[in-house]
Design a protein around this ligand. Structure first.
Ligand code: NG6
Ligand code: CA
Length: 496
């Protein structure tokens, strides 16, 4: 009897303990993936069953946003809850840029860590490292570990920028002492081969920029020397990150964990593993998406096998809208066919038109969230406050709004409005069905962008419900609306 009571007490204790355990948080964040690239959003040209699983078993948000149409600024907002234009340096960073997030700023991983979570990042960082001149042969700091992540296995910037190595908790992974690594964004080392001088060494040609150091037959932005044993092979990158993400989950499953799994696809250079090359008929961009989708599928399988799906909220989104030619000739344009990466919307990466920031956004939590679609306006910047609310953490004073009820499908209301950003911190305002782009002087696009930026000297007002392609500028028809939205834009953004 005594034994029975003891066992019963133990069971009750563990059930109560389990019930009290905070849910794990996973953010899967794609790079340059458009709302029209995910088949759950309606397209028929490319199947994405992994991503679709999150949308179909969870909530598919129809008005989900990144704060910016480029990577660094969006990631900055995701992690800090602050609009990127509040920090002048929050622009696409070179691979040797200093850490953009100040170590005393509130961040999502810090908030979760304080709430008892083990926090990890695997994949693309692109928020700078160190304080200025980085010595890649010593521990590089401050970095992700200093802004809230207990574990970090990252690529420093982008897959088209040097250094082409992974950094594990501040150390270049696999670096050999006898072959130190040097990086420069100003000049080449010892006349080493470059894309510009040695095109015969390239397996993929550059179309714009990207003609500096060559690694794995692909020339990049930036120069590097040494570090041979640590250099990544692009074809294996997806597998490396997936294994890291799976390992993090398996190692930390006993306590609440937060994993930021930042996929590198379909950003350029698009070099999927042989298993995916040529499989979609859409060229490397489609194949890279298929590879990313497989990663999502495998990762969800791991959560399932570890019995974690019921206690894990999985959020999926992308850092900015899609782009075809982003600096390499890789058939993305030629093989596109009927596929529409931006779905029914006008815009692309770099653009103030809607699809620059209007991205796939799905949230799944088995047993807690009922499958549905939602039209609530939600933004990645809101994850800090919303998740703080969910875990009983501290909600810091930032631009992040608590939209937890919308994220869990309990409310149709998200935020009231959102400031979205294109290049050079130029911004627009999204509110109700409207998108207003203020007037901007100067050239409509920089020479290195092969897509529209949405800049115009005339103010532009679009009704996204009736005119998702943003063909009809309604400023003349609705002058009061223009006035109102310009005032709201000014009130939030000030003179910045
Ligand atoms: C641009 C690069 C582009 C890409 C982008 C950053 C050129 C011509 N273009 O400067 O290829 O790397 O920066 O992309 O160099 S992001 O998704 O990380 O913001
Ligand atoms: Ca990006």
């Amino acid at each position: 009897m005594k034994q029975f009571l003891f066992t019963a007490a133990l069971c009750l204790f563990s059930i109560l303990g389990w019930a009290k355990q905070k849910p794990n948080v996973v953010i899967i964040y794609a790079d340059d993936l458009g709302i029209g690239d995910v088949s759950a959003y309606g397209q028929q040209t490319l199947k994405t069953p992994g991503m679709d699983r999150i949308a179909n078993e969870g909530i598919r948000f129809n008005c989900g946003y990144a704060t910016s149409a480029t990577c660094t600024p969006s990631r900055y907002s995701l992690l800090t809850g602050s609009y990127p234009w509040r920090n002048k340096k929050a622009q696409v960073l070179p691979g040797d840029a200093p850490l953009l997030i100040s170590t005393d700023q509130p961040t999502l991983p810090k908030m979760l860590r304080t709430a008892g979570y083990t926090t990890g990042i695997v994949g693309k960082w692109h928020l700078g490292l160190g304080t200025g001149k980085v010595d890649w042969n010593k521990r590089v700091s401050p970095g992700p570990n200093e802004v809230g992540f207990d574990y970090a296995y990252i690529m420093a910037a982008t897959n088209d920028r040097t250094p082409t190595v992974f950094v594990k908790n501040g150390y270049v992974d696999g670096l050999e002492e006898s072959d130190p690594l040097y990086v420069s964004y100003r000049k080449n080392f010892d006349n080493l081969p470059t894309g510009k001088n040695n095109p015969e060494m390239l397996k993929m040609n550059y179309s714009m920029g990207h003609n500096n150091s060559i690694q794995n037959g692909i020339s990049r932005i930036g120069y590097q020397k040494g570090g041979k044993a640590a250099m990544w092979i692009d074809e294996n990158m997806a597998d490396t990150f997936l294994v890291q993400a799976q390992r993090f989950v398996k190692t930390h499953k006993e306590k609440p964990f937060f994993l930021y799994y930042a996929l590198h696809q379909p950003h350029v250079p698009r070099v999927p593993h042989q298993r995916f090359a040529g499989k979609t008929g859409l060229g490397p961009r489609g194949d890279a998406i298929a590879e990313a989708d497989w990663c999502v599928r495998e990762f969800l399988k791991t959560l399932e096998e570890e019995n974690l799906l019921e206690n894990t909220i999985v959020i999926f989104s992308s850092d900015n809208g899609p782009i075809l030619d982003d600096g390499y000739y890789d058939d993305a344009v030629e093989k596109l066919g009927a596929h529409k990466p931006a779905g029914k919307y006008r815009g692309n990466k770099y653009s103030l038109f809607d699809a620059g920031t209007h991205v796939p956004f799905m949230v799944m939590w088995k047993g807690k969230i009922k499958p549905k679609q939602s039209d609530a306006l939600v933004c990645q910047i809101d994850l800090l406050s919303s998740l703080a609310k969910m875990v009983g953490g501290e909600i810091p004073k930032t631009d992040s709004e608590d939209v937890l009820a919308a994220l869990l499908g309990k409310s149709k209301k998200g935020r009231k409005q959102l400031i979205t950003e294109g290049l050079h911190h130029r911004t627009a305002i999204r509110k109700d069905k409207w998108l207003l782009i203020p007037s901007y002087k100067g050239p409509k696009k920089p020479s290195w962008v092969d897509a529209e930026t949405g800049f115009d000297i005339n103010v532009q007002l679009f009704d996204l419900e009736k005119d998702p392609m943003q063909k009809n500028n309604l400023t003349k028809k609705y002058p009061k609306k223009v006035d109102q939205l310009l005032k709201q834009h000014q009130a939030i953004k000030g003179d910045q």
